[in-house]
Design a protein around this ligand. Structure first.
Ligand SMILES: [Zn+2]
Length: 100
């Protein structure tokens, strides 16, 4: 398992621990798990980190590298971004929406 994938799993389990969940029901199938994934992605990639990554001249690959998590999870984080977050990121990097 890559270090990026390990980080993703750890963030997922950290959110379960914070919520005092007693079990993990697997990934993405269960409503609770989708909620955990959204929270884990937001914690792993806070807006300030995303903004800093897209603000400087960088390729999509560079942005993913800076997030230190698997590429699909970076896409997922951008998909679940709040409208205000999306607007801020779009302003910082106009092509972001096309790439993600
Ligand atoms: Zn889980």
């Amino acid at each position: 398992m890559s270090i990026e994938a390990e980080r993703r799993y750890l963030w997922h389990e950290v959110v379960h621990a914070i919520r005092r969940d007693e079990a993990c029901h697997g990934w993405a199938r269960h409503t609770m798990e989708r909620s955990v994934e959204r929270e884990a992605a937001r914690r792993a990639m806070p807006l300030a980190a995303l903004h800093a990554a897209v603000e400087h001249p960088a390729t999509w690959h560079d942005i993913v590298w800076l997030m230190k998590v698997p590429e699909p999870w970076v896409r997922f984080r951008l998909e679940i971004a709040h409208p205000a977050e999306r607007a801020l990121l779009r302003e910082a990097r106009r092509w972001l929406e096309e790439t993600a």
